[in-house]
Design a protein around this ligand. Structure first.
Ligand SMILES: [Zn+2]
Length: 317
């Protein structure tokens, strides 16, 4: 059996801060979760909160070299622990997320915290600094627009449908055509689909993301995609990853095969193109397990717990 999930991935990643337009920032980290910030005229919007307040403070230290504006909004793309549990470090007036994200935090936030801590211990810098679950203070169902003030235009937070989870939102700057896509799109990093709705994600949801026509895209992990071609490539890779999983797992499922056979088929089909990308081996057992459930008619993802994580890993790896 190989080392569980990312538990053996202990080397720090290089973080790169990029200025994508006047007052638009992205911090990428070689496949670790990306974060960003957008300047309003007299306030800041931060996108994603990292796994712990201590991890978030390192990012905020870099951001503070560029702007001293107060953080009015912290936008959370979805409920996953490595994206939300650093929220207290931001001191934001408002924490924004989708209605479904608030419901998921209430339903399974605690279990997800314990699961992700076990899967990706390196991201949880000083886990004792986490004061508790992060609760959004403003949620919406379809769209929420933040006026940035001055001549900065607006920031549109939009729900594109169920995908990576049932509550993913994207942050869209129409004036610059810059999109913060959260985990709905990955740029040369493997997809995590353990909480996903694969068929909706690969069809309507990704199409809605693509229809925005972004010229720059910050995915959940991986480098910034700059230019229409690179954006299209990132969305295309995400679509291909999902379509390949659906084809492989679907074939085994229909033929009355086993979960283990489905895992082998999906792994074999994806590995040549995606096997070297960050978190590929980590994600695959959880991905195939959820897709198997989805194809078996289990509507919503079964809650991942630290115990269930280990059981699935032992069964498949
Ligand atoms: Zn996620």
């Amino acid at each position: 059996m190989t080392a569980f999930a990312s538990s053996a991935d202990l080397d720090d990643k290089e973080q790169t801060l990029e200025v994508l337009a006047d007052g638009v920032y992205a911090l990428t980290a070689e496949g670790d979760p990306n974060v960003g910030a957008i300047e309003g005229e007299d306030f800041l919007v931060c996108f994603e909160a990292m796994a712990t307040p201590v991890a978030a403070r390192a990012w905020l230290g870099r951001l503070r070299q560029l702007t001293g504006k107060p953080i009015r909004y912290l936008v959370l793309s979805h409920y996953h622990a490595v994206r939300v549990l650093g929220a207290s470090a931001f001191g934001a007036d408002v924490i924004v997320a989708h209605d479904n994200t608030r419901a998921l935090i209430a339903e399974r936030g605690q279990q997800d915290w314990e699961s992700e801590l076990g899967r990706m211990p390196r991201l949880f810098k000083d886990p004792a600094s986490i004061p508790g679950l992060t609760w959004p203070t403003l949620t919406f169902s379809d769209r929420l627009t933040i006026q940035l003030g001055g001549d900065r235009g607006e920031l549109v937070l939009a729900y594109c449908g169920r995908g990576h989870t049932e509550g993913d939102i994207v942050a869209w700057l129409p004036r610059h055509r810059i999109l913060f896509a959260g985990d709905l799109v990955e740029a040369q990093a493997a997809l995590y689909t353990g909480d996903a709705f694969h068929r909706e994600w690969v069809n309507g949801t990704l199409s809605a993301v693509a229809a925005l026509g972004a010229e720059a895209l910050i995915g959940g992990r991986g480098a910034v995609a700059r230019g229409g071609d690179a954006v299209e490539a990132a969305i295309g890779q995400t679509r291909d990853f999902l379509a390949t999983m659906l084809a492989q797992v679907g074939t085994v499922h229909e033929a009355g095969g086993t979960l283990k056979e489905a895992f082998s088929a999906a792994h074999q089909a994806l590995a040549p193109r995606y096997g070297r990308w960050p978190i590929f081996e980590h994600c695959m057992p959880f991905n195939v397990s959820r897709l198997w459930d989805e194809l078996s008619g289990i509507e919503r993802p079964v809650i991942w717990t630290a115990e269930r994580d280990r059981a699935v890993w032992a069964a498949l790896c």
